[in-house]
Design a protein around this ligand. Structure first.
Ligand code: AMP
Ligand code: MG
Length: 326
């Protein structure tokens, strides 16, 4: 049984007790719902991997109520301090060397000598993290490789019966995952575009390398960030990108005015607003997948989204959704 908890004092208290007891609790962040466990409890962390069906080489992000708590577990450099000041709480994950005394289980970081840390900008999540008083490991609360959840209904559709509770704080306002930035090398390296735009990060740290976006070879990607598989965020129906027209056997993910003849349409943003589109992206993929399959359609056709700002993260998720399945 999976408990559905309300985000009042009793519900958050119950969620914190469960996490401290080594159980799995999904909770909303500003990006997507995370599947939380005590990051220092190797059995709890192992349970995350098995509930999601996630490969063990794919490291988890640790969540903290503030930068001070995060930087007690990793060695923060000057860039990390500047970025934390500019964007935390918020959808930016920093990869930094683990401190020797870091109590986070090695399994959480998939055995790497770095750890991914972040402070989410969601008030219930922050209350929960303060109440737990430990690092909380939390990947997205969906089955591995599938579409990320932005509501508690999405979480239950994927994980009901496999996790102990969901803290229901309503829909996630950002809608795409955090930007992952590796600060452990000579230059900041963008590992995953996300809720904080590359332009905003460049504005704070100047230079950012971008070796590992979808167009880069998978081999290179697996070396530096083992979890960033090419096929990910995938609905059951295949996805076709850059659709300018739509076939009778396709469901359309629209961004702005749709082409004539579209039957099943999910509109990401009528006014072509990237923040609105990001917030609706995963709900749109889920809705089209469900309705498209119900009507016997063959494919999801996705209209072009411009590549700047949040569009970089949206296109990254769409390209992975469209990539050949493993
Ligand atoms: P998820 O929690 O599913 O949103 O995925 C988090 C992503 O962050 C993983 O897929 C990894 O690629 C990346 N990540 C987490 N920890 C590290 C790390 N220590 N080094 C590099 N990438 C990491
Ligand atoms: Mg995920």
């Amino acid at each position: 049984m999976t408990e559905l908890l309300q985000p009042d004092a009793a519900g958050i208290g119950r969620a914190a007790d469960l996490l401290r007891a080594g159980r799995l609790v999904a909770f909303a962040t500003e990006t997507v719902y995370g599947l939380g466990a005590d990051a220092g409890d190797v059995r709890a962390v192992a349970a995350i991997f098995s509930a999601k069906g996630r490969p063990r080489f794919n490291p988890l992000i640790c969540h903290y109520p503030n930068a001070e708590a995060a930087f007690a577990h990793v060695e923060a450099n000057a860039a990390a301090h500047r970025l934390a000041k500019a964007f935390w709480p918020g959808p930016l994950t920093l990869v930094l060397p683990r401190r020797v005394e870091c109590p986070v289980a090695l399994l959480t970081g998939a055995g790497l000598d770095t750890l991914a840390v972040r402070v989410p900008a969601q008030k219930d999540a922050l209350t929960l993290l303060r109440a737990v008083g430990r690092a909380v490991a939390a990947p997205s609360a969906n089955r591995s490789g599938e579409v990320s959840p932005t509501t508690s209904e999405h979480v239950l559709a994927d994980l009901a019966g496999r996790i102990d509770a969901v803290l229901d704080s309503g829909p996630c306002p950002v809608g795409v995952e955090s930007t992952v930035l590796d600060l452990s090398g000579e230059y900041p390296l963008l590992l995953r575009p996300g809720g904080i735009s590359l332009e905003a990060i460049v504005g704070v740290v100047g230079r950012v390398e971008r070796g590992l976006l979808p167009e880069a070879a998978q081999a290179a990607r697996t070396l530096r960030s083992p979890g960033l598989m090419v096929s990910h965020y995938a609905p059951a129906l295949p996805v076709r990108l850059d659709a300018r027209e739509v076939g009778a056997d396709e469901a359309l993910l629209a961004f702005g005015a749709p082409p004539a003849g579209a039957g099943v349409v999910f509109q990401l943003s009528e006014s072509a607003d990237l923040a609105e589109a990001a917030a609706k992206l995963f709900a749109g993929l889920r809705a089209l997948d469900e309705e498209g399959r119900r009507r016997g359609l063959c494919r999801i056709a996705a209209m072009t989204v411009p590549g700047e700002g949040l569009g970089l993260a949206i296109n990254d998720r769409l390209q992975r959704a469209a990539a050949p399945r493993n």
